[in-house]
Design a protein around this ligand. Structure first.
Ligand code: ADP
Length: 466
């Protein structure tokens, strides 16, 4: 009962039966109206006493011979209508007055004032509508009214309705059978791609992440298949990312751990002296480990949208200047010029601490990748409803192959060098998550050997300056 094909089939059969019974009811109503007219007419005839006259005639003569002249003639209009020659059926227009016929007890027409049906055995349907003539409680014949034009039509209609009802019953039965067959066919065709989709979903959930649905069937089912495939794609990508991340983390943790282990082992074995310089190396590695764990935690929170951000209206120019101030001494030491160009920037809506963290990270990276006598500039501009800040350096630049990957976790342009300088390869990934969490975007342009420009946007605050 809960199957699609059963429900569809039942629906089709129900619709069929409803339509057929609707038509039957209409026909029935029409027939009932016409029957009332018919009954009225019969009553009228009875009132005329024609039946009594006929019965008296039969009682007297014992047959219907001569009934036309003796009885019926009294009831016909004075001008007799034109009779067709004997043996010929009347043609031309139907009679324009009521005329009569008499059938004997067996239903055989023995008198017909139009002569059309003499000798014909009347069908039972017509006999049942004729008026019986009784003598001594015995039916000796029937009076059949041969009707004027509209009454003839009435007879035809009654007959038609009768036939129609009979045919409708047959039609209902046949059409119901066809509906069952069609319902089964259509619903099977509809259900097949759904069953395939269910099978694909089961295969997918049993860890076969490459299983995809065939977008067959109707547009709606094909859409479900497409939606399933999209979901499968993103789940598969998420699974690949998860595996990569686990592998990356394991890899990143292994390096400092093996340095620590190796150095400690060497000290225990007396290969390295137990001196502050050696211990400092190990200490540096533990600091790297600790930064790595902190960064990973921060990135995980940012990506899960769980970093507690406190958006406020911030004077971004002031914040950028104070970020630059923190690096002035380092820059001077390395003979790098640090400049700011932040003309009339509106306030932005952001988390002050996180924005400062983004700026520190980008300026720190620029310093790391810019040789002495280079320049680093922090440039701000309004870009529609956003403020756009760029950190431009005249450093080593980034190779075109590396450029699309710099915001990925653990991505490092030069692995050995940045690891030795303490880079975790997570800085830009964290910065990207933070900027996006604050409603901004981030990007980079770079030319190898000439320098890079890291930019990010933040939404302009609609409130006045805080
Ligand atoms: P880390 O600095 O810890 O290696 P980041 O995520 O901050 O990690 O940066 C990723 C990589 O992007 C760096 O290893 C470096 O190759 C490249 N990069 C970042 N900033 C710059 C820059 N200003 N100039 C050139 N390369 C850069």
């Amino acid at each position: 009962m809960n199957r699609l094909w059963v429900r569809l089939t039942l629906a089709l059969v129900a619709i069929t039966l409803l339509s057929v019974s609707g038509v039957a009811m209409l026909a029935q109503l029409t027939a009932a109206n016409q029957l009332n007219v018919f009954v009225e007419r019969q009553r009228h005839i009875t009132q005329q006493g024609i039946i009594d006259e006929l019965a008296a005639f039969y009682a007297e003569t014992g047959s219907w011979d001569g009934v036309g002249n003796e009885v019926i003639a009294q009831f016909l209009p004075s001008t007799p209508r034109r009779q067709p020659p004997p043996g010929q059926r009347p043609n031309g227009p139907p009679p324009n007055r009521t005329s009569y016929a008499i059938a004997n007890a067996n239903g055989k027409v023995v008198y017909d004032d139009t002569r059309a049906r003499i000798g014909i055995n009347l069908p039972s349907t017509e006999l049942s509508r004729a008026l019986p003539i009784t003598v001594n409680q015995q039916t000796v014949g029937y009076l059949i009214t041969i009707l004027p034009e509209q009454s003839l039509q009435l007879d035809a209609q009654l007959y038609f309705v009768d036939q129609l009802q009979r045919n409708l019953v047959v039609a209902a039965a046949v059409v119901s059978l066809v509906a069952v067959a069609l319902g089964a066919l259509i619903s099977r065709a509809l259900a097949k791609p759904l069953a395939q989709l269910a099978q694909t979903a089961r295969t997918f959930s049993s860890r076969n992440l490459s299983a995809r649905a065939q977008p067959d069937g109707t547009v709606e089912i094909a859409e479900v298949a497409h939606a399933f495939n999209d979901m499968a794609d993103s789940l598969q990508q998420a699974e690949i990312n998860r595996r990569n991340l686990t592998a990356d983390i394991a890899h990143e943790l292994r390096t400092p751990l093996s340095v620590i282990q190796g150095n400690l082992r060497a000290m225990l074995d007396g290969i390295y002296p137990l001196e502050p310089a050696e211990i400092a190396t190990i200490y540096d590695e533990t600091r790297l480990l600790s930064r790595l764990v902190d960064d990973l935690r921060e990135l995980a929170l940012a990506e899960a949208g769980q970093l507690a951000l406190r958006p406020q209206v911030v004077d971004i120019a002031a914040l950028a200047h104070s970020a630059i101030d923190q690096f002035t001494a380092v820059a001077e030491n390395r003979q790098i010029t640090l400049s700011a160009n932040l003309p009339n920037l509106p306030t932005v809506l952001c988390d002050t601490d996180r924005t400062a963290q983004v700026l520190r990270n980008l300026i720190g990276n620029a310093l790391r990748h810019t040789p002495s006598t280079g320049h680093i500039a922090l440039v701000g501009a309004v870009d529609g409803a956003m403020v756009r800040l760029s950190v431009r350096d005249t450093g080593e630049g980034i190779a075109p192959d590396d450029l699309p990957h710099v915001f990925e976790r653990f991505y490092r342009g030069d692995k050995s060098r940045t690891r030795s300088s303490g880079g975790t390869g997570l800085g830009l990934a964290i910065v990207k998550s933070l900027v996006e969490a604050m409603g901004g975007r981030i990007g980079v342009t770079s030319t190898l050997g000439q320098g890079s420009s890291f930019w990010f946007t933040l939404p302009v605050a609609t409130h006045p300056k805080a």
